[in-house]
Design a protein around this ligand. Structure first.
Ligand code: ADP
Ligand code: MG
Length: 439
């Protein structure tokens, strides 16, 4: 399928690849995002990320109909809305929805802590702008809000060919807005966010106190809502507890449905671990899943991270995952006060120290192997030990893109299973950081 991919050029630090259809895009996303990013990084190419754009012109002489015109063809769930485009629009580039293929409804485990949020998300995905608009999902970090947002996007895309979905974190929205002012690109900014059918905006609490960005979002929201387009918003607190927001914004958030996600109960935690183990094809006895689920109670990201540590340790030592082995790893991981808050500057200074580097090395742009690995480990630990979002971590490390952070996470997860040195480094560093934080 690589024959179908055409590089379109580089804009800023982004490489654009054109593909003829969604299938090719999804294949690229799933199979090639990591290796390509890795190749770019390793060849010191100054490209921070690449974007895949579906360009219908590439494959079809005739414009494809974007509209499902035969509802009878799918008697089970007839589409309730069609997403018609002006004829001229059909050949235009499709919006890059920026969805992470890992986060779907299929691999979202439902339990008491998220049942309502899941049902609301599914309803919105099935009938955008018809069920609840906006849908507002709130809850603490690591409880599945971002996962649900992406799942809505995937589902709607599968259900309504031609639908324009866009996921954006509030940090990216802010940066995009600031850039658009600086570069006089207000029109393309507006297009990007107003000419969509479903806007998924993550971590809205980040707009706190940012008056002009809030203003821009207010107009975006109104335009979308007036045109019967779906908006889904997530936040760490309920609308009425959002601080530094104008009343008119908060009241709009309350127009639709507000729902929360809470910490999962033991059974749900075990089910999540089981699903993750299945997805990663990890053989692991049920009692080990229980002991991990028992240890990590209030953050699903950390729950998954702990499972990875246990299986990494086993695979490095070529040992089966037994209860004993799990206990050893858990003891290393949790010998300090887990509740003590860890700050990103703790992580960065300890990592620099550990690798005999300077803090500036980690913030900087050197691609020397040692520095790059140390930087990726620090990013991984920030993701694991703090509640910072991917874009925020990226910012911290010399304004890197969130996809770079995502890539670092994947890479360290993988290296921990393959290289003893990396496993040991990550484990020792975690202990040092925890020790310091607890002191
Ligand atoms: P939040 O956005 O609320 O901070 P995320 O959506 O990033 O949380 O979730 C953190 C991790 O936990 C992700 O890897 C996600 O896939 C996983 N996760 C969260 N909830 C569930 C669930 N109900 N089922 C399966 N995985 C989940
Ligand atoms: Mg999130």
């Amino acid at each position: 399928f690589l024959d179908l991919v055409e590089p379109q050029g580089v804009m800023g630090s982004v490489l654009y690849l054109d593909v003829p259809n969604d299938l090719t895009r999804d294949m690229l996303e799933q199979r090639l995002r990591l290796p390509v990013t890795e190749a770019l990084v390793e060849n010191a190419v100054d490209i921070a990320q690449f974007k895949i754009v579906v360009n219908l012109e590439l494959e079809h002489e005739e414009p494809l109909p974007d509209v499902i015109d035969d509802p009878a063809a799918d008697p089970v769930v007839p589409p309730v809305a069609t997403y018609e485009r002006d004829p001229g629009e059909k050949n235009q580039r499709r919006v890059d929805s920026r969805l992470n293929p890992k986060y779907t409804f299929d691999n979202f485990v439902i339990g008491g802590s998220n049942r309502f949020a899941h049902a609301a998300a599914l309803a919105v995905a099935e009938t955008p702008a018809k069920a609840y608009n906006p849908l507002f999902i709130y809850g603490d970090s690591g409880l599945g809000k971002t996962h649900l947002l992406h799942a809505i996007g995937h589902y709607a895309e599968g259900m309504y060919p031609g639908i324009r979905v866009r996921y954006v974190s509030s940090e990216e929205f802010t940066n995009d807005f600031i850039n658009s002012i600086a570069n006089n690109l207000n029109q393309s900014f507006q297009q990007r966010y107003r000419e969509v059918d479903v806007l998924l905006i993550d971590d809205i609490q980040f707009l706190r106190g940012k008056e002009s960005t809030q203003e821009a979002f207010f107009h975006t929201f109104n335009t979308l809502h007036d045109h019967n387009k779906q908006v889904v918003i997530t936040s760490d607190v309920a609308p009425k507890h959002l601080q530094g927001f104008e009343d008119r914004m908060v009241s709009r958030f309350e127009w639709g449905l507000i729902t929360d996600v809470t910490a999962p109960d033991l059974e749900t935690r075990i089910a999540i671990l089981r699903k993750k183990a299945e997805a990663e094809r990890i053989q692991i006895p049920p009692e080990v899943l229980s002991v991990i689920a028992d240890k990590v109670q209030s953050n699903i990201r950390e729950l998954e991270g702990t499972l990875i540590r246990v299986t990494a340790f086993a695979s490095l030592n070529r040992l089966p995952v037994t209860m004993e082995l799990a206990q050893t790893v858990l003891k290393d991981l949790f010998s300090f006060d887990e509740e003590a808050p860890v700050s990103p500057s703790d992580i960065i200074s300890h990592t620099a120290n550990y690798f005999k580097l300077t803090v500036d090395d980690l913030h900087g742009s050197s691609r020397s192997q040692t520095i790059a690995l140390a930087r990726q480990i620090a990013m991984y630990l920030c993701r694991e030990m703090t509640s910072m979002s991917l874009p925020k971590i990226g910012q911290l490390f010399g304004n890197r893109d969130h996809t770079t952070v995502m890539y670092a996470n994947k890479k360290i997860e993988k290296l921990m299973q393959e290289r003893r040195s990396v496993y040991t480094q990550v484990t020792e560093l975690t202990a040092r950081i925890r020790q310091r934080a607890g002191a």
